[in-house]
Ligand binder design. Structure first.
Ligand SMILES: [Zn+2]
Length: 288
């Protein structure tokens, strides 16, 4: 957390609030937030730049400006973005701390961008994991390529055939850790990996090479379906470190002891490869 739907929500928030507008102020309260890549430029150098668009690749956001430097933002575990437009409208996404209606800037606000119409964009991060890179446009593509990101679940290139080939190539690996491997498929984190496996009725410890054609097709559909379900509600809502169910989402993650909404069996939790893992023991039978 934040995962792909939450990052996509942040992308939309910044773009709606600030695309087409010019930066008139940039204040960084925590210089270690910023990593300058192949450039000596500091954050103040984006003053005067106009934001053209906000793009997302997996969990990396690119703020594209009409001149260098460009910004790459990764919220990691605890980043939060808020945008407030001059009419007072506020949109917030990402980590739940500080509260979405808290006064801003907060003590955890690391970056404040002011745009020419008075729009404010704030980055909060209580645990200092978020990273912001200043980077020339000419090497943006290389920077993302070096992250070795696999296809995203919505990528048309991720056909059932390509997924089957990928599973076969990593045949001995267990499904859940494989889904979390961003070089295999980019954008699924712990919540969505659990959700996708439940949707596809596959046990998290099935070996990648053991899926038949129907199971592979189900997994591909499931990865898209769980993200599609989460996007309209802005992703998972985390309270006290746990996802809270909204409109039936999540269906299995963080629901230990509750009934599976497909079959009524009690949802179980255990630890797999160091990650809290939820499953329905009936819908997702253990491999033999
Ligand atoms: Zn079930």
């Amino acid at each position: 957390m934040p995962e792909l739907p939450e990052v996509e929500t942040v992308r939309g928030i910044i773009e709606r609030a600030a695309a087409g507008k010019q930066v008139v102020g940039a204040v960084c309260a925590r210089p270690k937030l910023i990593e300058a890549i192949d450039t000596e430029l500091g954050i103040e150098r984006i003053v005067g730049s106009r934001l053209l668009a906000v793009e997302r690749r997996a969990k990396w956001l690119t703020l594209r400006f009409d001149r260098d430097p460009q910004i790459i933002l990764h919220l990691r575990m605890t980043g939060q973005v808020a945008a407030i437009t001059p009419d007072g409208a506020r949109e917030v996404a990402g980590h739940p701390v500080p509260a979405y209606d808290a006064p801003l800037p907060a003590t955890t606000t690391h970056l404040t961008l002011t745009f020419d119409d008075g729009t404010l964009v704030y980055l909060q991060d209580p645990r200092h994991f978020a990273r912001l890179s200043l980077i020339p446009a000419a090497i943006l593509g290389d920077y993302l390529a070096e992250r070795n990101l696999g296809p995203e679940p919505f990528d048309p290139a991720l056909t059932t055939e390509r997924l089957a080939a990928g599973l076969a190539a990593r045949g001995r690996l267990k499904l859940k850790p494989l889904l979390l491997d961003q070089s295999f498929v980019a954008g699924l984190g712990n919540i969505y990996a659990d959700e996708a496996l439940h949707h596809a009725r596959l046990h998290p410890e099935r070996r990648a090479g053991s899926l038949d054609a129907a199971e592979t097709a189900r997994l591909r559909v499931a990865m898209r379906a769980v993200l599609e379900e989460a996007l309209p509600i802005g992703g998972a809502r985390i309270h006290h470190g746990k996802a809270t169910q909204i409109n039936g989402f999540p269906r299995v993650h963080a629901r230990k002891g509750e009934a599976c909404d497909r079959c009524g069996t009690t949802i179980e939790k255990y630890t797999l490869a160091g990650r809290g893992t939820y499953l329905c023991p009936r819908c997702q039978p253990a491999p033999e």
